[in-house]
Design a protein around this ligand. Structure first.
Ligand code: GDP
Ligand code: MG
Length: 195
């Protein structure tokens, strides 16, 4: 899909502020700094529509990006940022759960992992949470540019094996720096949205 006019629509800190329509939502989930905001920018060829930060733990709201009134990319706050107080981490956790649990128009969860590392304890908790939610999801092994191009496919396979041994969850490499992976992800999203 070629998104012509992507727009930031709203930053929500509670359910009342979520957009009031039924457009499907594609939700970015993953630990702080894994590249959720960069993913959105890369997919739509914009440098700065979604705010990115080299300092983890900056986004504490849910940001809705409207894609040509066809669907939203929803940027959730990251989890597992160690510099957040326990209390803050719990609040962010509740906030994420409230959205994932209540929002009927979630079409797909895009779960981002760092291709260089085994899933963290928090990643595993989130994985199990998503499984139990029964929402459709896809795993992206992000920052693929950080490893040799020849190792990408095998690393993606072993990450998938670790998290999802049955192998029923589609898993793709991704990178905001090496743009060759983007087309396969768009193809998947296009099929999925069927629009
Ligand atoms: N090398 C590399 N850096 C990335 C990639 N994606 C994001 N980053 C960097 O990682 C940092 C965090 O990215 P951001 O999108 O803000 O992460 P978020 O907290 O998950 O939204 C920023 O410095 C980005 O430039 C990627 O695919 N490759
Ligand atoms: Mg972000």
């Amino acid at each position: 899909m070629l998104v012509k006019n992507p727009k930031f629509e709203v930053s929500a800190v509670n359910q009342k502020q979520y957009p009031k329509n039924n457009l499907p939502e594609i939700v970015l989930v993953g630990k702080s700094n894994v590249g959720k905001s960069s993913f959105i920018n890369t997919m739509i060829n914009r440098k700065k529509l979604a705010r990115t930060s080299s300092e983890p733990g900056k986004t504490r709201q849910i940001n809705f990006y409207n894609m040509d009134d066809l669907f939203y990319f929803v940027d959730l706050p990251g989890y597992g940022f160690s510099k957040m107080s326990k209390n803050e981490q719990e609040q962010v956790g509740k906030f994420i759960e409230e959205y994932l649990f209540s929002r009927k128009q979630i079409a797909l969860i895009v779960f981002l992992l760092d291709i260089r590392h085994s899933p963290t304890q928090n990643d595993k908790l989130m994985y199990n949470y998503i499984i139990s939610s029964k929402l459709p999801f896809v795993i992206l092994a992000n920052k693929a540019d950080k490893i040799a191009i020849t190792k990408v496919d095998d690393t993606v396979k072993s990450l998938q094996k670790e998290l999802n041994p049955i192998g029923d969850i589609p898993t793709f490499p991704f990178s905001s720096e090496r743009k060759i992976y983007k087309d396969a992800v768009w193809e998947f999203l296009d099929d999925f949205l069927n629009i």
